[in-house]
Design a protein around this ligand. Structure first.
Ligand code: IMP
Length: 176
């Protein structure tokens, strides 16, 4: 198995914090006081979700879903595993999916189809990172995007490699 180590910092704590506050303002303005059901995708989105939620001025509820296409490698397996469903009935609610990173878009396209079938009032996506230039990327309606990045593997601020590095307060590249 290849050995990986932490590479250069892509987004500092300060840069992330500024962008998360901007997203919070934009989302609060768009929803204009309507209650949002924030659906965090476990595990990676937990840090972003916690910070974003505290920048929202609209009423919010929380739920979590666990759905992953990765094992311990840095490339998608193409297979979605659905490990935990929502606790909430989302019909008629304003649902905002909060994701850490979109790579191929496979996870979210699967989730969107699944959640749309439950008839929410609205269903939008907020992803902190979006990898551009990924081969075979699925086109998704991403309403809120923190940062666009090139196709490199990153860790920190909730993102892991084999369950490590999630607690880094910044986002760094993982290098071989
Ligand atoms: P997708 O289904 O290919 O879009 O992959 C999305 C999921 O893969 C994310 O929720 C992450 O869990 C994981 N992932 C994709 N790229 C990275 C990365 O660079 N670092 C850590 N996890 C990643």
């Amino acid at each position: 198995m290849a050995k990986y180590e932490l590479g250069e910092t892509l987004f500092t704590t300060e840069e992330i914090s500024v962008r998360v506050r901007e997203l919070g303002r934009e989302i609060s303005r768009d929803y204009d006081g309507q209650e949002i059901l924030l659906v965090g995708i476990l595990k990676g989105a937990f840090v972003f979700l916690a910070d974003l939620a505290r920048c929202l001025t609209t009423p919010v509820r929380f739920d979590f879903i666990s759905c992953s296409s990765y094992g311990s490698s840095t490339k998608t397996s193409g297979v979605i595993r659905f490990q935990k469903d929502l606790d909430t009935d989302i019909s008629g609610r304003h649902v905002l999916i909060v994701e850490d990173i979109i790579d191929t878009g496979l996870t979210l396209s699967y989730l969107l189809r699944n959640l749309e079938a439950r008839k929410p009032a609205t269903l939008e996506i907020c992803s902190l990172l979006n990898k551009k230039h990924v081969d075979g990327k699925i086109d998704l309606p991403i309403k809120y995007e923190g940062f666009a990045i090139v196709d490199v593997f990153v860790v920190g601020y909730g993102l892991d490699y084999d369950e490590r590095y999630r607690n880094l307060p910044y986002i760094a590249r993982l290098k071989k």
